[in-house]
Design a protein around this ligand. Structure first.
Ligand SMILES: *[C@@H]1O[C@H](CO)[C@@H](O)[C@H](O)[C@H]1NC(C)=O
Ligand SMILES: [Cu+2]
Ligand SMILES: [Zn+2]
Length: 218
């Protein structure tokens, strides 16, 4: 299956460069066709680099939230789920997390994708924000922003399209982690170095590993 995909890729690229050499830029490889081809090549490349668990070509992932054992006591639980219908489609995310404590009044919690998923000694093992493009906070692909929970400590967000982030290819979220912070993310406006690294969202309340799932929770 993979060797067939590689062959198709080679034929695409070969036909295109041959046509350009012959000065046939006005057809076959003009910019809109190039864009189309680039999208196809990216899709094929994404599928080569990551196992797709559905005939449809979609990927699903889930992060099952656990309290940070080094920051007790907390009974946070729930899940953050992802769906991406193909490498060129937008990533979608939904959240269902309960067990936030409401002492001190309602406040916002920063939530981000972090680099590592070695959480055996707590959420500190998640390391810094996942930053494959070496940019500053809040422009990391997993900077989801701030979230409120309701008066019962429940945070529910329906499935919605994200502006960035992917489950496919070398910048995939799969195998990374998510950290739910105690405090609010200043979204880069703090005027100090921490603001451009992590948004000063404070201690790590809970975390989880992002792994492939069969589908979205119903
Ligand atoms: C990342 O960016 C910082 C500052 O923007 C720069 O100092 C550093 O060398 C960059 N690292 C890599 C690996 O490109
Ligand atoms: Cu974080
Ligand atoms: Zn960030």
């Amino acid at each position: 299956m993979h060797s067939q995909v590689v062959l198709v890729l080679l034929i695409f690229v070969g036909a295109c460069s041959a046509s350009r050499r012959l000065g046939h830029n006005y057809h076959g490889c003009c910019s809109s066709n190039m864009r189309n081809m680039e999208e196809k090549v990216n899709d094929l490349w994404g599928q080569l680099l990551f196992p797709v668990n559905h005939k449809s070509g979609a990927l699903y992932a889930v992060c099952n939230v656990r309290p940070n054992p080094t920051f007790p006591p907390s009974s946070i639980s729930g899940s953050i789920s992802f769906r991406q219908l193909s490498p060129s489609k937008h990533l979608e995310m939904m959240m269902d997390i309960q067990g936030f404590t409401c002492s001190g009044g309602p406040h916002l919690h920063g939530i981000h994708v972090h680099t590592y998923a070695d959480l055996k000694d707590g959420c500190e093992g998640a390391g810094p924000h996942f930053n494959p493009f070496n940019v500053s906070h809040p422009h990391h692909p997993g900077d989801f922003g701030n979230f409120h929970h309701d008066a019962t400590g429940h945070l529910v967000k329906p499935l919605r399209r994200l502006l960035k982030g992917t489950l496919f290819g070398p910048e995939s979220f799969i195998g990374r982690s998510i950290v739910i912070h105690e405090g609010e993310d200043d979204l880069g406006s703090g005027g100090n170095p921490g603001s451009l690294l992590h948004g000063n969202s404070g201690r790590r309340l809970a975390c989880c590993v992002i792994g492939i799932s069969a589908t979205l929770p119903s």
